[in-house]
Structures are given as C-alpha cells and as structure tokens.
Design a binder for this molecule. Sequence first.
Ligand code: FAD
Ligand code: MG
Length: 358
Amino acid sequence: MACFAKIHGDVCTKHNFIRVVPMKAALLSILLAGLVVLSCNKPEPVVEAKDFAMGTVITQKIYGANSKAAAAEAISKIRELEKILSFYLADSDISLLNNSAGRGKVRLHPETFFLLTKSSEYAHLSGGEFNIMVGPLVKRWKVTAESPDVPSPAEIKSLLTLIDYRDLHLYKDDCSARLARKGQMVDLGGIAKGYAGDEVIKIYGKHGIKSAIVDIGGNICVLGLNTDGTPWNVGIQDPRRKRGIYIGSVSLSDKAVSTSGAYERFFPAGGKKYHHIIDPRTGYPSESDLLSVTIIADSSLDTDALSTTIFILGLDKGIKLIKKIKGTEAVLIKNDGAIYATEGLQKNFNCSAEVIYR
Ligand code: FAD
Ligand code: MG
C-alpha cells in the first residue's frame, strides 16, 4: 500500500490587485507580496527516506526544521525494536521466549512485555482469531521462503495442538513471560510494525515536526496536515490489480491506517494461493470472504492488530467488531470485488466505484 503525498508545491499566488487599489494600499500589498514570495523562496525542509527493516520497506516523508534528525532517530528506533521483537533473529526477546517454551519464565524488555500484553487483549477481544501463538504454523508455512510447500493435514493437526493463546503467561511484577508447552511460539508479525508506527510519530513530535507521513510495510501514520494545509490522502491498494493501483483514498490527519490482505505475501501451489494470515482454528491460511481490510484509527498498534483480526473474521463479524470500537473505521474489499466501508468514512473516503456503507 502506498500513499499520495499531495504536495502542490506553490502555495504563493501572484497578486494582481495593484492595478485596482489606491496607492498606499498598493504599496502595502507589494510589501506583503514580497514577504510571501520571500517565504516561498525558503520552502520547508523535507526529508524523504526509504529503508528496509522488519522484513519490509519503510518510507518516511517529513517536513520541518528537524526532519533529518527525526528521520534518523525514527529508523534507528525501528531497528532497535526489530532486535527485540523479531521472530527471525536468534537473540531477540521473542526468540528467547520461544526457545524457553515449556521450561520457565523469561525476563523481557518492557516494550516486548507491552506488546505481548496488547496481543493477549486482542486475542480475547477477537475470540482467539488474533493469536500470536500461531508461531509454529507461521514457521512451518514459511510463506515467504524460497521454496515453500504445503504441509500435510497430519502436520497441521499436530501443530494445531500447540496453538492456544491462554498458554502465554504474563508476569507484570517482574516483566517476564512464559509459554506453557515445549514447541509453542509467539510471533508479533501482525502487531509490531503498528507499534513501531506509534513510536515513530512520538519521535516526530519530540523533534517539533508538524507534518509527516511514515509507511512501515502497509502500516501508515500521518501527522498533521500536508504542507498545503489539506489532509493527507492515503491510497488503498486495489487487491486485484498490480501494486500502486488504488481503489480510492482516505483523507486524514493525525491517524493510522493499516491494511491486511492476501495479495502480497503468498505462494501458489496446486492452483491455490497460500497466504500468510493464518486461521488459528484450521491451521491454514484464512479463507474468509475478504480480499483486504484497511483499518483507520488513532493508534497504529490498534489498526495493525485489527486489520489482521478483521481479515480473518470476514465481512459481517468484522464490521460488527469495528462498530464496537470507538473511533475506528474500516474499508473492506470482498472476494467478489465489492467495496464496503463503515459509515464514519462517508465524508473522507474518495472512491469512484460504488461503496456500500454499513
Ligand atoms: P498483517 O496482517 O499485519 O500480519 C500478518 C502476520 O501476522 C503474519 O505474517 C504472521 O506473522 C502473523 N499472523 C498470522 N496469522 C496470525 C493470527 N491469526 N493472529 C496474529 N498474528 C498472525 N519477515 C521476513 O520475511 N524476514 C524478517 O526478517 C522479518 N523480520 C520481522 C521483524 C519484526 C519485528 C516484524 C514485526 C516482522 C518481521 N517480518 C519479517 C515479518 C514481515 O514483515 C511480516 O510479513 C509482516 O509483519 C506481515 O505484516 P502485514 O502487515 O503484511 O500483515
Ligand atoms: Mg496487522
């Protein structure tokens, strides 16, 4: 998913009123116009950065005096988070916890503990559909590996016995956690990039940045307004067409937007597409009636966890859940291409196709 940075560049308008106003006013106008032109000659500094971390591309566009420092601090924070939260790095907190499954408690970094706690909350909220304990299945499916294969039904059946979110035990007093049984694993792939987005926005604020957009592999956060004073336009990928073709866009400021879909991380086998969002009840890639889900809310952690959850829940249950969570909106694209959106988006979802608001 990408974003439209609506930079119209020239915010100055040429003044032609000198001809029609009296002399004194004309002089004042010339002075004022001069000031405006001066300020236009000094456009706000902008930094555009593209990096790779957390197995994905990260892009930042930041306006303001400290944009360079803010961009650098943001990417270094993302890399720090990756070191502790990655399922793929041998010495991350998550790997330490996974490797100690069935053996005992592991002391964790407060941010790891926080994310495990939030994940647990989402597991309860979604009735176990959002379930970071899918780690053993994620590892077996290895959807983005060079030569993935479809596990046998027996393998899936055996791995499913390990998937139970109630087996993640959290101990707030000493910031530790424990996985009850050997072989169990947590994977924060459905929530940690969102958390990183929230942290990046905090960093921008610390540097006095008033206008910025960051995209962490489909988890987008927009800060303030665009430089022309209009909201940011965040494009929503058409899941049936190639990357960069949008079904529409949402106009937003100070919001997070996350999209989950089956169209980017998958492998084909036997005429089927096997994607990366696992239904914890079946052990197979989720087969709901949705092609993609975009969630819009204040916190990127929430939009990330919810986009994954709603994708698995499907249209009806998904909309029902969204309606229960205040300040959260969604755009959902069904398998047949029909576009649904929550009623709160009626004013800021720009889409030329028919949209069914619910
Ligand atoms: P989302 O819908 O947001 O999340 C889907 C992901 O959540 C799945 O890929 C899986 O990880 C997990 N998941 C699947 N089913 C469920 C479920 N039912 N409940 C909860 N979670 C579920 N990828 C690499 O290939 N190499 C790396 O080195 C690498 N490092 C990473 C480090 C970090 C800290 C993080 C957060 C991710 C990393 N990734 C890596 C993963 C990669 O970026 C994921 O594919 C990505 O997180 C998926 O995000 P998404 O927004 O596409 O999908
Ligand atoms: Mg997610």
